[in-house]
Design a binder for this molecule. Sequence first.
Ligand code: UDP
Length: 372
Amino acid sequence: MDNKKYDYLIVGAGLFGAVFAHEATKAGHKVLVIDKRHHTGGNIYCENIEGINVHKYGAHIFHTSNKEVWDYVNQFVDFNHYVNSPVARYRGKLYNLPFNMNTFYQLWGVTTPSEAQAKIEEQRAPYKDIEPKNLEEQALFLGGKDLYETLIKGYTEKQWGRPATQIPSFIIKRLPFRFTFDNNYFNDLYQGIPIGGYNALTDALLEGIEVQTGVNYFEDKDIYDALAQRVLYTGKIDEFFEFQLGKLEYRSLHFETEVLDEENYQGNAVVNYTERDVPYTRILEHKHFEFGTQEKTVVTKEYPHEFSKDNEPYYPINDDVNNSLLAQYKELANKPENKEKYLFGGRLADYKYYDMDDTIEAALTLCKQELK
Ligand code: UDP
């Protein structure tokens, strides 16, 4: 083997890259991390505005049931007691999420679990024998028409930019459904926001590691590749292969952030706007992720947006067409001449709707395989 300056070049300083960089360094390897953005952390990066950590690339709430992952992140940061309890707004009325006894009371005035169950059975009756093939059918099958029309249809269609009948049903399986007065959006055992913000987590992972930001891997790919024995690539898999088999689709977002001269705008970190006519899907009020008491507040309207080369690729669209294209790219990645040099991982290279804990779990799995 020739003598390279680094054992690993890591393309992308997001969570996946940072975990791998940390573990590789700990295992005695020499690592260089590069990122085209001017900061590390990928989409968990926060910008400090008026003393508030602003989730610049959308809300990130850490939640997991994986104890290994939870213990892993807790080596680097402590977590606060934030529990995600978004509120949905539809035609001027507020509803608790996820779908629980509070929501059923707000929708139908039912006050006990048995009344709620009876109401839902009545609502589901016309759909209960279907085998759900798309998100609309899945939602109707689970909860019936009122829930679907008030809290799901408008939000989902603007989020994904297509009719709910053309969206895979697995997306809605993310929404828990319960007959207790419990507004915790997640069912996970552990949840919170890093104390000191997400940048503290990234900084701790990358401490002592050489990082270059604001550099474009593809502009100097050969030069970068020549620097290291192996390359971990965490960007878009189709872009790595120069889109030679076609483009994978994503859903993008636009954010409109404002500083408001008031202490408390909406009383909650996340308010979803489930009406179709409101162009944004949600408003974040960032201080509430950390129980902030600053004089001002920062709010962000989140607008779903078509993906193009000028936008960020936020959500992979894991329908059949894209998944089969993904399988072909994976075949390419697995060819011996590529496997010898390149590793792939993270939300964009795996083209998966990863939560942060999934990302860390996948990174640790790769570390176990790769770093002997
Ligand atoms: N969803 C919905 N109404 C809501 C919130 C979510 O119908 O008020 C649906 C929507 O289809 C969305 C999916 O649930 O794409 C997942 O939403 P979640 O908030 O879990 O995803 P995130 O965008 O935060 O990853």
